[in-house]
Design a protein around this ligand. Structure first.
Ligand SMILES: Cc1ncc(COP(=O)(O)O)c(C=O)c1O
Length: 453
């Protein structure tokens, strides 16, 4: 691509693309905008031929690495055979969706067996919320409508998903009132626990119990949790035992958001496997297609599904025209086949100690408050380094550091004062060293330019 074309494309993007999360394509943003043209393994390459090591899996999606010919060919062939026919309204399914659903039933824990498809994680959450409500109504408990969600959780930007997300970056007064169903409970965060200092007293889990009692157990429909949030926060097994008991005792559905953690990210097939979680509903997204096609899903147990059978009026009241799309399904199926064949889940577990040991070296920086990791999911939390755990900064600091890392050859977004690390599971030890080396330089930059030390 010559310079003229590149400049023309950047101009078109700056004038016409409305990006989310930042004003990076806005006219008044002084930071440069690049054009990504190719993906190769763990690297993204721009129009100038610069290579960027992908430390975020392209927004927490890419498990199998970029540029997989096998997925491209499967998608191409599916498009030639049958691009799309619609689903649900006509008595047809398609082979790719049937095989993908069988595969998901095989891989997911417990009795999860039925998949409903969407095109994103947020829509997966929306569908799960409606399934929960309709399930209880058709199970003779129409008063169960409240959904417990955890502080600082992120379940998506659509209105329903936002209404059950505790992340202040999503919740804004502009959008209040939210859909009146969400009840917030505390997150389980060993680094910033509000309940205990030092030894865990399971105060956060007990607080869920107290909230259920206060709100009336007869009104609680579900608890929505990321078993291991993006920030690699692992809670004790006892925490999950309490949650499981509460669900069983009060007929509360356990909804696991595995949009980020499914299929090996944490060194097990699913984040919840670390605690033997067998949810009633599991929401999938980003990693299901590794970013090759837009796909999300809700996988339900047969017990939940049965409530939607019988009377035609019991049918699920949720639908997307492009649900169960054959091209999207074949991309996801091929992605899962690669993960299985190349044993990427085992690879994630095997590389975990190396990633952790490399990240631990960053603790020499006063700005590193906490280093957490599980499998190839990690977070480095940046603080002011004065012993107060005060975050290094907000959105602007995140943008500055993102710019520095991109300019240093890392495909990475710093979310406020947090480095969310989610590389493809195919990453090598050398590439991990390269990534951590750039983090090291970034922290030196932060200390000089943000803390002025
Ligand atoms: C845990 C989790 N759930 C759901 C979502 C929403 O997914 P999507 O952006 O595909 O709508 C996200 C997005 O970041 C997420 O991190």
């Amino acid at each position: 691509m010559n310079k003229e074309t590149v400049n023309e494309l950047i101009g078109q993007a700056k004038d016409h693309v409305w990006s989310s999360h930042s004003q990076i394509s806005g006219r008044d943003d002084p930071t440069g905008l690049g054009i990504a043209v190719k993906g190769e393994g763990c690297y993204v390459i721009d129009s100038e031929g610069n290579r960027y090591l992908d430390a975020t899996g392209g927004s927490h999606c890419c498990l199998v690495g970029h540029g997989r010919r096998e997925i491209a060919e499967a998608v191409y062939q599916q498009m030639l055979d049958l691009e799309f026919t619609g689903s649900g309204t006509v008595p047809f399914t398609n082979a790719a969706t049937a095989k993908l659903s069988r595969k998901l039933a095989e891989l997911t824990p417990g009795n999860l067996n039925r998949s409903f498809y969407t095109l994103s994680g947020s829509e997966g959450i929306e569908a799960a919320l409606k399934i929960v409500r309709q399930y209880h109504a058709q199970n003779g408990k129409p008063k169960k409508y409240k959904v417990l969600y955890r502080n600082y959780s992120h379940h998506g930007y659509t209105w329903g998903a936002m209404s059950v997300s505790g992340d202040p970056a999503i919740r804004s007064l502009i959008f209040e009132p939210a859909v009146p169903m969400g009840v917030m409970v505390p997150e389980a965060n060993p680094y910033r626990c509000l309940h205990c200092t030092g030894t865990c007293n399971l105060g956060c889990a007990r607080s869920i119990e107290a909230t259920i009692e206060y709100e009336d157990p007869e009104s609680i429909a579900a608890i929505l949790v990321e078993p291991i949030p993006k920030g690699a926060l692992v809670s004790p097994t006892d925490y999950w035992d309490i949650v499981k008991d509460l669900c069983a005792k009060h007929d509360i559905l356990l909804v696991a958001d595995e949009v980020v953690t499914a299929f090996g990210r944490t060194g097990t097939w699913f984040g919840g496997d670390h605690y033997d979680l067998e949810p009633d509903l599991m929401v999938l997204g980003k990693t299901l297609g590794s970013g090759y096609q837009p796909i999300g899903a809700v996988v339900a147990t047969e017990q939940v599904f049965e409530r939607f059978l019988g009377d035609p009026d019991n049918t699920l009241l949720q639908s997307h025209t492009l649900s169960s799309h054959p091209v999207v399904s074949i991309a996801a199926l091929t992605n899962l086949e690669i993960i299985e064949r190349e044993r990427l889940v085992e690879r994630s577990a095997a590389l975990a100690p190396f990633l952790r040991s490399q990240l631990e070296t960053l603790k020499e920086h006063s700005t590193v408050g906490d280093v957490r990791s599980v499998g190839l999911l990690a977070e480095v939390e940046l603080v002011k380094g004065d012993g107060t755990k005060e975050p290094l900064g907000g959105k602007q600091v995140g943008r500055d550091l993102t710019r520095f890392m991109v300019d240093s050859g890392l495909y990475m977004r710093c979310s406020g004062a947090r480095l969310n690390i989610h590389p493809p599971l195919t990453i090598t030890e050398d590439e991990i060293r390269e990534m951590v080396d750039i983090f090291d330089k970034t922290l030196t930059y932060a200390e000089r330019n943000i803390l002025n030390t």
